[in-house]
Design a protein around this ligand. Structure first.
Ligand SMILES: *Cc1c(COP(=O)(O)O)cnc(C)c1O
Length: 402
């Protein structure tokens, strides 16, 4: 047997920023015969599940479930409060803001994008200037991506709320928390968010296929003013159902609901504050390792300021093509799958083979993160990619709490 025989047998780690690792409890909860959708356990568990979901979103407002991925939630949210010709303001810090804006465009909305590039957070002065210039009140919503999963920039939603309030601008504040809910601190009501969208396959640890739209009284009032809302996206019956099937506009996503129930139980047993704290410390361990590697060679974190970094995903680069070489090596040799780069335009640019991402969202713990970092360290050595030393010591120090 050669020294290069792969060490990939055993349990892998899919360290991409969604879909995330699924807990055994979620998988087991889903492994069952088809349940009755007219009466019994599934029907009875819904009210408790809706209130537990709202607790994770930190809201006493309303919630609607959709059988869709995050793109569906984007469209659902817009469909309820916007009419063709309305304008949305979209401060963009990576690919996902453009994705949501594109959804708006498809619905006949006018999009006003403020592009911040790939490494900077929202510039409140540029956003303020756009809102001040809107003397006719044409901007009906600001589409705010909390964590952009392509760049790993985490934006400051309370400051955006404060800006809207200071200017007295009535636009709805709509947040995309698909990559941040259940990972980074998010407080829908305390932060004054009117509409929040998320999906189940990231911090919520369930396979892709369900998404959620949360909305407050102001957004509910905006919904009433929209003349036509597509029946399937309409959140009215979903958020206030008289009978079970109205939650879903048809047949329930039965097994996803059992998976979500198990995931919410895990989150509530740990406590949402502890979930946030765990993600933060694991993220700091990742950054400490990357910064040590970066003292020699070409490795760089995409976001320079730690205060602006996501706790769920880290975007970083090596000189091309070493990012791709490293990803291929860790996957083939170790069973460790790192995330491809997203957000460079186009993704076929040669630089793309430098850029990659580490997912550390949801069901991740200290040994998984130390294992991921150890795998990257081994890959850098095996491939002869220049790097600084001491990365694992630095990460272990953070994990040890020192
Ligand atoms: C993953 C993600 C999306 C898209 O979700 P899909 O389920 O792939 O449609 C949108 N926004 C953010 C911030 C994401 O991380």
């Amino acid at each position: 047997m050669s020294d290069t025989y792969p060490l990939a047998a055993g349990r892998g780690y899919l360290a991409i920023p969604g879909p995330s690792v699924m807990p055994e409890a979620v998988l087991q909860a889903m492994h069952r015969a088809a349940p009755n959708i007219y009466a019994g356990e599934l029907v009875e568990m819904m009210p408790g599940m809706m209130s537990d979901l709202k607790a994770v979103a930190r809201t006493d407002g309303n919630a609607a479930i959709y059988i869709s991925n995050g793109h569906g939630a984007w469209e659902a949210a817009l469909s309820n409060v916007m009419a063709p010709g309305d304008r949305v303001l979209v401060p963009a810090c990576g690919r996902f803001a453009f994705g949501w804006a594109d959804m708006a465009d498809g619905l006949g909305l006018e999009t006003q994008i403020i592009d911040h590039g790939l490494q900077a957070p929202w510039d409140m002065e540029r956003i303020a200037a756009a809102l001040k210039a809107d003397s006719g009140g044409r901007i009906k919503a600001v589409l705010a991506v909390h964590t952009d999963t392509s760049t790993s920039i985490r934006n400051d939603i309370p400051s955006l709320r404060a800006l809207l309030d200071d200017l007295g601008h009535p636009a709805l504040l709509m947040a995309d928390c698909i990559a941040s809910l259940g990972c980074d601190r998010f407080e829908m009501d305390a932060w004054g968010v009117d509409v929040m969208v998320t999906a189940c396959q990231k911090g919520l640890m369930v396979p892709p296929g369900m998404s959620f739209v949360f909305f407050n009284a102001k957004a509910a009032a905006a919904r009433k003013k929209v003349e036509r809302v597509s029946r399937y996206w309409d959140w009215s019956l979903r958020s206030d159902p008289q009978v079970f099937y109205q939650y879903f506009g048809g047949t329930a996503p039965t097994h996803h609901l059992y998976g979500l129930r198990a995931a919410l139980d895990l989150i509530h047993a740990e406590g949402i504050g502890n979930v946030w704290a765990r993600h933060e410390r694991l993220a700091r361990a990742v950054w400490a390792a990357c910064e040590a590697w970066g003292t020699e060679g070409t490795m760089r974190l995409n976001v320079a300021d730690p205060a602006l970094r996501s706790h769920a995903v880290t975007s970083l680069g090596l000189a091309a093509p070493d990012g791709t070489r490293l990803r291929e090596w860790t996957e083939q040799q170790l069973g460790l799958t790192l995330g491809i780069g997203l957000g460079l335009a186009p993704d076929t640019s040669p630089d793309w083979h430098g850029f990659f991402r580490l997912g550390h969202m949801g069901h991740v713990n200290g040994q998984m993160i130390m294992g991921m970092l150890g795998g990257i360290d081994a890959g850098l050595k095996a491939l002869g990619i220049a790097h600084g030393s001491g990365a694992l010591e630095a990460a272990a120090g953070v994990v040890a709490g020192s």
